[in-house]
Design a protein around this ligand. Structure first.
Ligand code: ZN
Length: 216
């Protein structure tokens, strides 16, 4: 991160609104664009993320925030990349979108078919010894909706830049829920798990367990 950004004094943003955009992501985007270079807090983002009519708080607002970075190509800084920010403070320094964002690399059709055959048309996500195993077209019992498998490059691009669209071993088939999980909880820049995001998204009970674990 440049010294310029680090040495800027912290100016907090304001809710200008009304933020009546249809989607959570669009409302959060509008809030950031209204406050370029200014610090926005979790509370401010949550306020805008709430449904403008029902005032319901979405649980997945930080996933939408992550999509603004990964899919739309916006730069949104947090305490991880700007030293003077506290946890749960965010800054969009400018409105420039990275041009390559959104263009996801894909395996060739032939490679993808090979991956699907290897996977037996099931999601290949694994947690320990447990595989997800949801089949293309099935109803996802956790997330609801029909399972659609899409290709995922196993290695983070920053760790290995030579993505080979012809090598089935580099790719895996993932269901929609696990694509989102990997995108949010796996930091493509460092190749490490985004532990803070995982705990933030966990249920209250799980958070308490982690807290107890750390205390011991
Ligand atoms: Zn899955």
């Amino acid at each position: 991160m440049s010294k310029d950004l680090e040495s800027q004094s912290k100016i907090y943003g304001k809710l200008k609104g009304p933020y009546t955009q249809k989607s959570v992501k669009k409302r959060i985007e509008a809030l950031f664009l209204d406050n370029l270079g200014k610090v926005l807090t979790r509370e401010q983002i949550l306020e805008v993320a709430k449904d403008p009519v029902t005032k319901r708080e979405p649980e997945n607002w930080h996933q939408r925030l992550s999509e603004l970075r990964t899919d739309d190509g916006y730069t949104i800084l947090s305490w991880r990349n700007r030293g003077d920010l506290k946890i749960q403070e965010y800054v969009m320094p400018h409105a420039v979108k990275r041009p390559r964002a959104g263009k996801r690399l894909r395996p060739t059709d032939e490679t993808w078919l090979g991956v699907l055959r290897r996977a037996d048309y099931r999601c290949e996500w694994r947690e320990g010894n447990e595989a997800c195993g949801l089949r293309e077209g099935e109803i996802d019992p956790v997330g609801g909706g029909r399972v659609k498998l899409t290709p995922d490059h196993k290695t983070p691009h920053a760790v290995s830049s030579d993505v080979n669209p012809h090598d089935p071993d580099q790719w895996q088939a993932l269901c929609g829920r696990h694509q989102v999980m990997k995108k949010n909880y796996w930091d493509n820049n460092t190749g490490k798990l985004n532990v803070y995001a995982i705990i933030q998204a966990a249920s209250h009970t799980e958070k308490e367990k982690v807290y107890e674990f750390l205390r011991e």
